[in-house]
Design a binder for this molecule. Structure first.
Ligand code: WT7
Length: 649
């Protein structure tokens, strides 16, 4: 964990940024009364938000039914998520409002109104039905960042099928595992998508995955890349062909508030990814609430742009469900930030008049490296609010963002949350909160957090473990197929409360400073990858006997994956071959930045790998206590190698 860094930050980071009078004047929230409401009665608070922000077909009878670790919100209530995201806006006369300004990487554009989105969603919902998908089924989605990804998700929601989106950068093996765990019947994919000026062959990867997925009966393929694909007769269908003959009307059927909306797989401390379960009423309430108030959304005038991929929770909550429930106008961009030039993001902001921009610290640090002259080429005066998510943002990056993208006039909201929390939990309210660069500030209204020590005792000041003390509407409802693991993973470390896996500090003013993970989960460019997962991938290569993986601080990606590998007797293998092997097993995001070969790993006498030492070595620190090592010479040898072979940039 990045403890030392944050202690540093606390040492010198004293700048404060109160909201400007100009911002306050138009802000939805400009005082602290909402916090009092949330604290007085959190259930009542969320019930008021659910009633205010969403349209229900049937009222609930119980706001929250909480029997640790099982929560149900708005019990007995019924609503349709896609109706809330689409129909009600169109019915209210806002059908012509732009839902998405889509910008393809090659520069092609599409303007999609709420009426368009509703039309496509209804047709596609009928396509799903015609392929035998019924309420309760799981549908896998493996797509580039194109509007059809959102349409597919909304169409599933419309008929009560749960989607399971797998990020398009994951490997065939990862896709196979996730399809099989969810027992999905249908896969929705595309021929390919654009990335850095080239088409990546998504369907080809999907075909590999589909060799081992007995539950999949049909595959729908969106044409995007124009690349050649093979279509299997009877199984594979072109999206545009099915849509051409689909019935245009598919009424939104009311669903139970606790109807499973989606699964999203995420890494934990052990090898197998967890299918995080999110349901309908509570999830939509909190994503709509946070999208509205954290981003101070004025749907009539704002243009919101969240740069995440729909394959991650941020894309689910702040591209699809939150913004659409609130009737927002958004930008959706398909490609990378440096194609064709390093100013692509700023060019897009200028082109569409983006007012609210939400991205990750790793991206901000990359923009810093590319230089302030890039944003300076464009008129960014439309921007009025900036957001950050995914990992701790260092004060320097926060300041650069505020100055060079926000022109010194925009509030910056650092938002802490997780796949499991479903929606933002800790963040400033931009019209009410005085921010400090690098701090996510306070828990939102209606959310309970507490820092505790090793023994679960309250921490008033200084470092501790971040826990959540009460249920919240968008909380995960479980791990698909593994209720025991759900209880064990989140609710047993500190009995009675949820443990998020993160460390944090409280300063003199009660501000929270998130410090990163305290478990064996790395955070690389805002993506969670478990050390065990990468180790298993390495060990699955025939040349590898043993592997230890650690996350080392990295100036751009937050953490970088460093692997220490012991080969089988007589075996030889190139570092690049092993990196690619991990890419094949998990996906490119999990490829180690550096691999060090070593005849032995540092172990305690009881045989436990000493990761702390390996992290110290990887980060070039002086080693602390090594007396518990079985063989101390192993470490000095590793240190010698680390200083010889600097990790590539
Ligand atoms: C982990 C969750 C939430 C969507 C993206 C990541 C880290 C997230 C922050 C932040 C410090 C943060 C935590 C958390 N994290 N946001 N603002 N400051 N750390 O979702 O893949 O589920 O990862 O990301 O370590 O536990 P995720």
């Amino acid at each position: 964990m990045t403890d030392a860094q944050a202690i540093d930050a606390l040492g010198w980071e004293r700048r404060t940024f109160p909201p400007s009078e100009a911002f306050k004047q138009n802000a939805l929230v400009s005082d602290t009364s909402m916090y009092d409401d949330g604290a007085a009665d959190y259930e009542g608070f969320w019930a008021r938000q659910a009633a205010d922000l969403l349209t229900w077909s049937k009222d609930w009878t119980t706001t929250c039914d909480w029997k640790l670790p099982a929560a149900q919100w708005f019990v007995g209530g019924e609503l349709n998520v896609s109706y809330n995201c689409l129909d009600r806006h169109v019915l209210a006369g806002r059908g012509d409002k732009v839902a998405f300004h889509f910008e393809g990487e090659p520069g092609d554009t599409r303007t999609i109104t709420y009426a368009d989105l509703l039309d496509e969603t209804q047709r596609f919902a009928n396509v799903l039905k015609s392929l035998g998908i019924v309420k309760g089924d799981r549908v896998n989605i493996y797509m580039p960042m194109i509007p059809e990804a959102a349409i597919a998700m909304l169409a599933c929601a419309r008929i009560g099928a749960a989607h399971s989106v797998v990020f398009g950068g994951f490997s065939a093996l990862s896709l196979t595992d996730r399809i099989n765990d969810a027992e999905a019947k249908l896969l929705i994919t595309a021929d390919g998508g654009w990335r850095r000026g080239e088409v990546f062959p998504l369907k080809q990867t999907a075909d590999e995955a589909l060799l081992h997925t007995p539950t999949i009966t049909d595959v729908v393929v969106v044409r995007r890349g124009g690349n050649e694909v093979s279509m299997q007769d009877g199984r594979d269908h072109w999206y545009h062909e099915l849509m051409a003959t689909a019935d245009p009307v598919c009424p939104a059927e009311p669903m139970d508030s606790e109807q499973l909306l989606f699964l999203l797989y995420t890494s934990g401390t052990t090898g197998r990814p967890k299918g995080i379960m999110h349901t309908s009423g509570g999830y939509l309430t909190q994503v709509a609430f946070t999208h509205k108030y954290v981003f101070d959304l004025h749907p009539e005038t704002d243009v919101f742009w969240c740069t995440a991929d729909v394959g991650w929770i941020t894309g689910h909550s702040y591209i699809v469900y939150g913004p659409l429930a609130n009737g927002a106008t958004q930008v959706m961009y398909e490609g990378v930030p440096n194609f064709p030039g390093n100013d692509r993001m700023w060019q897009i902001i200028e082109k569409y008049g983006v007012t609210i921009f939400y991205t990750a610290p790793t991206a901000i640090r990359t923009f810093m490296k590319w230089g302030a002259q890039e944003p300076a080429k464009h008129d960014l005066s439309s921007v009025r609010l900036l957001g950050s998510v995914g990992e701790p943002i260092n004060p320097e990056a926060w300041m650069w963002y505020q100055e060079h993208i926000g022109g010194g006039r925009c509030p910056v909201v650092d938002t802490w949350w997780q796949t499991e929390t479903g929606a933002i939990m800790i963040s400033p309210l931009p019209g009410a909160t005085t921010t400090k660069p690098g701090s996510a500030t306070f828990a939102l209204p209606g959310i309970g957090t507490e820092l505790v020590d090793e023994n679960g005792e309250h921490v008033e000041h200084g470092g501790g473990y971040l826990t959540l003390t009460q249920p919240w509407p968008a909380m995960l409802r479980g791990i698909w197929g593994d209720p025991e693991r759900y209880h064990e993973t989140y609710w047993t470390r500190f009995p009675g409360r949820y443990f998020a896996g993160d460390g944090a500090k409280l300063d003199d003013d009660g501000y929270l400073w998130l410090l990163g993970r305290v478990d064996d989960v790395m955070n690389v460019s805002g993506h969670r990858i478990s050390t065990t997962e990468v180790e298993s991938a390495l060990v699955s290569h025939p040349a590898v006997a043993e592997a230890a993986v650690v996350g080392a601080n990295d100036p751009t990606t937050g953490q970088a994956i460093i692997a220490y590998v012991t080969l089988r007797g007589g075996a030889e293998v190139d570092e690049q071959v092993l990196r690619n092997h991990v890419g094949t097993e998990i996906g490119s995001i999990a490829k180690p930045k550096a691999i060090y070969f070593t005849p032995d790993l540092p172990k305690t006498r009881s045989g436990k790998i000493m990761r702390r030492l390996l992290r110290d070595v990887a980060e070039g620190r002086n080693l602390g206590d090594t007396t518990t090592l079985a063989d101390a010479s192993v470490v000095s040898e590793l240190q010698r190698r680390a200083s010889e072979v600097p990790p590539e940039d």
